[in-house]
Write a protein that binds this ligand. Sequence first.
Ligand code: HEM
Length: 566
Amino acid sequence: MSTLSLSLVALALLCVALLVRATYLLFFHPLSSIPGPWYAAVSSLWITTHVLRLEQCKTIHALFQVYGPVVRIAPNKVAFCDLGAMKSVYSTCKLDKSDYYKSVLTNDNDHAMTTLPHAQHSIRRKAYASHYMPSNLAKLQPEICESTGQVIDILQHLPANTPVDTLSLFSHLALDIIVASSYGYRLGAVGKWAVQAEEGLTVAIGDFPKRGILRSAVPKWAWNLVCKIPHARLRLLCDSDKIMAEFVSTRVYEMRAKLDIEKTPAPIQPAIVSPIPLSFPFLSVGGLGSRSSSRSASPCPSDDSSFADETEKSYLLPRLLAYKYPNGTPMPEKDAISECMGHMVAGTDTTSISLSYFLWELTRRREILHKLRNEIDAVMPDSKTIPDIKTLNGMEYLNAFIKEGLRIYGAVPSLLERVIPESTALNKGCLGPDGFDLLGYALPPGTIVGTQAWSMHRDPAVFPSPETFLPERWLVSSKEDSEAETARLAQMSSYMMPFGTGSRMCGGLNLTHLALRIILVAVLRNFDIEAAAGTDEKSMNMRDSFVMFPASMECKLIFHPRVPSV
Ligand code: HEM
């Protein structure tokens, strides 16, 4: 037989094999009764092209509108949009996460977000959870206010009509806040942003998700080869994980040194103590010089008693290093480092993206801005003094605005993938004889299942005119029956999942709420905001790659100081 004939036979066999496989997947596979396009059922290629085009969320949403609340989006993957199923998957049955999350391992090690099994995750979560309790965060309010105050200063001193890329500015601010709250360390990223000096850590955090996508898309040998290419920017991207790990390792070293000094009975030598940032969290290391290092310039309302006893504050890193696993062994440094890195990655871009969209929306919605302003001006007579948490939490319209902002512009609108387990051992009552029951469909073990905030937040039966940004939907209407109003608000809240839902919900949720409030009131009290030329519907069109971001990868706004500013 000639080579040509052999090739033709091989090709024919391949076609038959593909046809047999497609027939099985379409008609005989346990998921074959689930609605969805046939091309999604026979291959993952279709959904992958939409992932690569950065529009998975919108694509899945369009499928729900055609096929209903359960859709097969790939041979082994099912998406749903239903409140009962959401509760069952994420809360009642606490299904394990899918392998997808492993693309964001830090320092080649797990952190809470990448710890897939529920049982192991809950041990991890216990290690950090108390750090983000409101009572601890309240003590960290001065740090957040001070970094925010620095941003206000910088914006006030910019030449008139300077467009500012808020994605960049707020990611520096978010990082300063997270670093201060995690290590009690003054990074000064905002200060560096102001003088256009590159902050290596911010660049590394921005690069890290791209590194994860690239790394998982190519074989290991190809990735190693790419990282050997002598191109400075590429090397930075390849090294982003290492840069973050080195930063956190240095903080561990400093903290250990501080603890050793504290254990030593001899008098502490100032020369040794002074460079340790835990004692002096706001020592400037590249910020705005005296302004940033001066406590008296803090825009926080608190009297200095909150600074008086630094030991009362508890930062994330020492908390992790003091944590003991159930077998009594302390959490190894490697785990503490990965955990801290995970929080920096999880919190920086998400916070800056949300803030950017919130402000951009306000440039188009003067009536909403006006209402917010009235509320803010009333509680903030001095434009340089930010109200405390209690006041911020009590601001009805601000709360409604943030809820609506997270509904439409939540930075993680994506499918949160979970896996149907093999056995019922850990999930008693959750598996029937045919597997997991999802709205009447039996999903066999190994099926990947999930819902997405994008669609849950856009259910027209729960959120009328879902694409309209309407903070008022979160306010109690005095014209309506109060019981009906309570039920309406409760129903909307139950559909909200901007921070995920159930046992794997965002660890930094409380910190985010606090930071968003502080930053929003400070900015809106001090500035009028305008969209710069080129910042429009098209440039801000939402794209997603787990985290959502604007199509143009920037959000340029102009900050005009408000006149008169008290
Ligand atoms: C607007 C800002 C933020 C949004 C929209 C957001 C959203 C989310 C979502 C949706 C998840 C759950 C992922 C899943 O179930 O698969 C998550 C997890 C997580 N987030 Fe956030 N996040 C934000 C800010 C932050 C901040 C500021 C921090 C910390 C500094 C943080 C730390 C974490 C951690 C540690 C997890 C993993 C939780 C666990 O599995 O125990 N996030 N976030």
